[in-house]
Design a protein around this ligand. Structure first.
Ligand SMILES: Nc1ncnc2c1ncn2[C@@H]1O[C@H](COP(=O)(O)OP(=O)(O)OP(=O)(O)O)[C@@H](O)[C@H]1O
Length: 259
């Protein structure tokens, strides 16, 4: 699975807010096709790390490379175009838009038709629109949401909203997909289905996935490797088995939950 150049290389990355080092000196490498977990206690810096990878925050130390290209200081939309998409801990859909429009918003920048042809409703607009509809429906089908395509996003049950957020992130055609607690608030059945789905889309779209998740059996069951943050620092990395038995991890966070 691994090639010599990592898809993502994080080199000594950190950020300080006032006196607080929320993330400090983190090194990580993700290789094409890997599904990697990012765990750690509350406040460990996991979401901040995602914010650094996606340009929401600019690192105060270190650098981030995607396929060897520096991402530092690029704004979030440029990083999305370079191939990193994400979901959020708290769902951020366009709640008043339809399910299909939520996907099309993400897909828009990849579509062939231009803003001018949209405004004047030129023939190119309609063919472009149709292609976008078809593509969006393809994504919705994968997530079993095509039957709700005209429903407002806010009217979907919670678990489906979470799946729609992933569909939207995928529609931006990422190489690296960052999922921030995608199973939060889901029941065990929904969670199991979601994990199967994540494994499926990783294969289907040749994706690399980095997953923040608090549900340990879930992380251990689905991830190839796991990174562990504590107080902003990387305290361990390894296979689920190695992490489960790592004394530092047990001490920092997991305790009996994992042993
Ligand atoms: N913009 C900010 N300004 C100041 N402090 C911040 C900012 N963003 C995050 N922090 C702080 O950085 C630390 C790490 O927070 P972060 O949300 O990344 O942790 P987390 O591991 O994602 O936690 P959780 O599992 O609870 O979501 C916390 O102490 C948080 O208060």
């Amino acid at each position: 699975m691994e090639t010599t150049t990592p898809l993502l290389k994080v080199d000594q990355v950190g950020i300080q807010f006032g006196g607080l080092k929320a993330v400090s000196g983190v090194n990580a490498e993700l290789f094409q096709g890997e599904l990697v977990g990012l765990i750690g206690p509350n406040g460990a810096g996991k979401t901040t790390f995602f914010n650094l990878l996606t340009g929401v925050y600019v690192p105060t130390e270190g650098q981030i490379l995607l396929n060897g290209e520096k991402l530092n200081k690029l704004p979030p939309f440029k990083i999305t175009r370079k191939g990193i998409s994400r979901t959020f801990q708290n769902i951020r859909l366009f709640s008043e838009l339809s399910v299909i429009d939520n996907v099309k918003v993400a897909y828009h920048s990849l579509a062939k038709h231009t803003a001018i042809s949209s405004i004047f409703r030129l023939p190119g607009h309609f063919s472009g629109e149709q292609v976008m509809d078809e593509k969006a429906i393809e994504f919705l089908k994968i997530f079993n949401l095509d039957g709700f395509k005209d429903e407002k996003a806010k009217n979907l049950p919670y678990g489906q909203q979470r799946r729609l957020e992933i569909a939207r992130a995928l529609a931006a055609n990422p190489r690296l997909l960052l999922l921030d607690e995608p199973a939060a608030g889901m029941n065990p059945h929904e969670t199991k289905e979601l994990m199967n789905l994540i494994a499926f889309i990783r294969e289907r779209f040749s994706l690399t996935v980095l997953l923040i998740e608090h549900d340990m059996p879930l992380v251990m069951g689905v991830c190839d490797r796991i990174y562990v943050l504590d107080h902003g620092q990387l305290i361990a990395q390894g296979t689920p088995e190695e992490i489960r038995n790592n004394p530092k991890v047990i001490e920092a966070y997991l305790g009996e939950e994992v042993s």
